[in-house]
Design a protein around this ligand. Structure first.
Ligand SMILES: Nc1nc2c(c(=O)[nH]1)N[C@H]1C(S)=C(S)[C@@H](COP(=O)(O)O)O[C@H]1N2
Ligand SMILES: [Mo]
Length: 360
């Protein structure tokens, strides 16, 4: 479905929500057939013929841009950026406490692509940002019944981020026209922010004094305190998510894989959003008693994940847990345990990666 690989792990078919197996995440650029998909409502049946993105709110002059007009009037930019869902690695929370109503995403709710489009800052400057502007809201055409009453998907980012050179209105991915399931004809790409802000099927851009009141900004994608009832959460409750937290996972060996005795080659990805970068990766084969530094690959861009690799001694036949943790450029390390991070909607599990293997 949607031109995805046959072995996608499908969490929901309607709406389609799926992540690739670890095997699909080994390359610096994720192939489009492996790129994860996160939808909150049905994929709209677009007729790009009459599509237009309206820009209004606190601007000098409202405007409406067809995809053709965006392509003609603005310089084209291509940027490789990692998209990461706030629900990535949620499955790691479930042994702590169940999370009803949310999909148990593994480590594959993240992928990386070169995106091509116009810079949002160029579009905003062309209409003129008025005094009092602080946030930029995006509204899509897919309607989600997760909101009550059902609502078109949307969200917002602070104006300073919207005016940064990395935020794109993208019409292409991997040098090909943007696939419908990834937001064609035009989507927002907000590198360094949680995937939720990279609004697909973009119909409206509204410059505002305050953050968007859209359900997916005001109520969902917020970290609630452990004892809160997510069914009764209201606008403004919890911590709003913006930049992506430092995170990593192990890609090989796979969970429950049998590996020969001797040093084990462990590989994975690591990523830190916005103004932080991954500074070091530690890997342990003895339950965290000793740590080995992994070799970090160069990032394809400042907005992309990095892959890493380590040879880790593991002694004795039988079951062993391999662990990995990233450090960022502020000297911060990932938290050790999902217990400390569990929250009712299961966002931002950035605890140490763990994979259990059997040594032969
Ligand atoms: N219009 C619209 N945009 C959306 C969503 C959605 O459901 N509808 N999901 C968001 C979330 S939560 C994520 S993680 C990313 C996923 O992008 P992808 O499906 O291209 O991987 O899209 C974001 N943009
Ligand atoms: Mo997401």
């Amino acid at each position: 479905m949607w031109h995805k690989r046959d072995d996608m792990i499908v969490h929901e078919t309607d709406p389609y929500n799926a992540e690739p197996p670890r095997l699909g995440l080994h390359d610096p650029i994720t192939t489009p057939d492996s790129f994860y998909v996160r939808n909150h409502g049905p994929v709209p049946e677009n007729d790009p013929g009459d599509w237009a993105v309206t820009v209004d709110g606190l601007v000098d002059e409202s405007a409406s841009f067809t995809p053709e007009r965006l392509r003609e009037e603005f310089t084209h930019h291509t940027l490789t950026a990692t998209m990461q869902c706030a629900g990535n690695r949620r499955a790691g929370f479930l042994p702590v406490r169940d999370i009803p109503g949310e999909d148990p995403w593994g480590p594959g709710a993240t992928s990386t692509a070169p995106w091509t489009g116009a810079r949002l800052c160029d579009v905003l400057r062309s209409v003129g940002v008025a005094d009092g502007a602080r946030h930029v809201e995006f509204t899509a055409s897919d309607v989600s019944d997760l909101a009550d009453p059902p609502q078109a998907y949307g969200g917002s980012i602070p104006l300073a981020k919207a005016l940064s050179s990395e935020v794109l209105l993208a019409w292409a991915m991997n040098s090909e026209p943007l696939p419908l399931v990834h937001g064609a004809p035009v989507r927002v790409v907000v590198p360094g922010y949680v995937g939720a802000r990279s609004v697909k099927w973009l119909r409206g851009i509204t410059v505002r004094a305050d953050p968007s009141e859209n359900y997916f900004q005001a109520t969902a994608y917020r970290v609630l305190p452990p004892e809160a009832d997510p069914d009764h959460a209201g606008p403004g409750d919890g911590i709003s998510l913006g930049s992506v937290a430092l995170n990593c996972d192990i890609l090989s060996p796979e969970e429950h894989e049998h590996v020969p005795g001797g040093p084990v080659r462990v590989t994975g990805y690591a990523y830190a959003g916005d103004d932080r970068t991954v500074a070091r990766m530690d890997v342990s084969g003895d339950d965290g008693r000793t740590w080995h530094q992994a070799e970090l690959d160069a990032a394809a861009s400042p907005w992309a994940w990095q892959h890493w690799e380590a040879l880790v001694p593991v002694t004795g036949a039988g079951s062993h847990v391999l662990m990995a943790r990233a450090w960022d450029s502020t000297g911060a390390c990932q938290p050790e345990s999902p217990r400390a991070l569990w929250n009712p909607k299961g966002y931002v599990n950035n605890s140490w990666a763990r994979v259990e293997v059997t040594v032969e």
